[in-house]
Design a protein around this ligand. Sequence first.
Ligand code: HEC
Length: 162
Amino acid sequence: MQRHTGLSGIILLVGSSLLCAQQPPAAAPQTPVQLADATPKGQLKNPYADGDAASVAAGERLYMSYGCNGCHGGTGGGGICPPLTNDVWVYGGDDDTLFRLVAYGSQALQDKGYSRVGQEEVVAPMPPMGTVVKTADELWHILTWVRSNYHGAAECKFGCKN
Ligand code: HEC
């Protein structure tokens, strides 16, 4: 009896140490909404440079695959929706604002206190895409492509300071 208890004790020990050795599952990548919610206003910063051809190409593929082109046109120059290529930025042209606009959509963005500061020819709400675009990383790639495609005045690339 004594021996039996000892043996099961050892088995238990080995078993639990095996359990402890297991790594926790890798955290799922953040969705755009999760990243926006977790980051204080003004602090979202695109980790990719728009001179990085591979990031730009990946961003363009994602832009097309998520149907952004259905509204903004295949080159981002506008269609039934505002162009993404000019120097008019509806809520501001900084990384933080663009990321939040795409993630939350116009309505939720306005509910968070943002208002239209620029006027495009088309005034309509942007749908929330922050649960459609799967990861924050994908959205950064898309915005990198948008940056690379900018055709407006150089000083207004990230929004005009006036
Ligand atoms: C159903 C149409 C529609 C789709 C799909 C759409 N957008 Fe938009 N988008 C809009 C509208 C309308 C606005 C202007 C929002 C406003 O005035 O509140 C806008 C604004 C923007 C802006 C800011 C433009 C500016 O000049 O300030 C960006 C950037 C943008 N969209 C990116 C995207 C991306 C990236 C996607 C795909 C993930 C996407 N949009 C999908 C309709 C759309």
